[in-house]
Design a protein around this ligand. Sequence first.
Ligand SMILES: *[C@@H]1O[C@H](CO)[C@@H](O)[C@H](O)[C@H]1NC(C)=O
Ligand SMILES: *[C@@H]1O[C@H](CO)[C@@H](O)[C@H](O)[C@H]1NC(C)=O
Ligand SMILES: *[C@@H]1O[C@H](CO)[C@@H](O)[C@H](O)[C@H]1NC(C)=O
Length: 251
Amino acid sequence: MFAQLFILTISAYVVFGDTNKVPPYVKQCKESDPQLLDCLIGALQHLSPYLATGIKEIELPTVEPFQMDELTLSLTTGPNGYKVSLLDIDIFGASNYTVKKIKLSENGKPFQAIINIPELRINAKYRSTGVLIILPASGNGTFHAKFKNVTAVVQGQISVNYKGDLKYLHVDTLNLDLDVKDAQMGVKKIYRNNRILIEAINLFLRENGQEVLKAMTPQLKKKLSTLFQTIANQLLTHIPMQTFLISGSSS
Ligand SMILES: *[C@@H]1O[C@H](CO)[C@@H](O)[C@H](O)[C@H]1NC(C)=O
Ligand SMILES: *[C@@H]1O[C@H](CO)[C@@H](O)[C@H](O)[C@H]1NC(C)=O
Ligand SMILES: *[C@@H]1O[C@H](CO)[C@@H](O)[C@H](O)[C@H]1NC(C)=O
């Protein structure tokens, strides 16, 4: 029994080498692969269902939903401008991404990835103050949105760290640009359920979807960049580079 275990252990060691077991969420690529970029795109794509469920052993929480604390928007100007706060924001659909293109970091230039997400569904608490058209619009309720055909262009700088003879990557900076082809937004359950106010807010959101999105974008970009960077580094500090990128020119 012990002898068998011993042999199993030894053979596992021989097969996988020193960096030993490859976790299921890692799809390995070879540095010498002439289609290396396609392989890396496949590796990122391979991660998607694991990001959906979260990866317990490396303390990576699920991205379904993706959570954000707060966005504040000034939607009309003037002393009694219509201001909206969105709180406890849950974003669903981010794990359902398609990696369209990647460019590796070269000569100090940033890496780049272009990612498409067919649909993001957003639920949040809604609070508003001010006047909308002529209606006093102070109230609270829930906010719901669908962002369709979302393209994110992610760029960043990477550094390399060594721990013993293992090499680890770290994302030092990350920037993100967002393009949302179609944004649908609305509110529900406004406190004391004022039907006229709900309709006025929903009409405003429907007619000014792209404007509201524009008001959200700077905060959204900043928060999403931080979240993406955290996720990337959570993965990269746990997976030595040798585990996902096999070096050398072995066939
Ligand atoms: C993922 O995207 C596909 C289209 O690319 C869509 O059919 C599917 O419903 C989406 N799944 C989720 C969970 O959003
Ligand atoms: C709106 O505010 C009222 C009163 O403060 C509170 O009882 C209610 O739960 C709030 N609704 C939402 C959706 O936050
Ligand atoms: C998403 O937008 C791009 C253009 O940015 C377009 O080429 C593509 O067909 C759109 N996809 C869907 C599913 O509408």
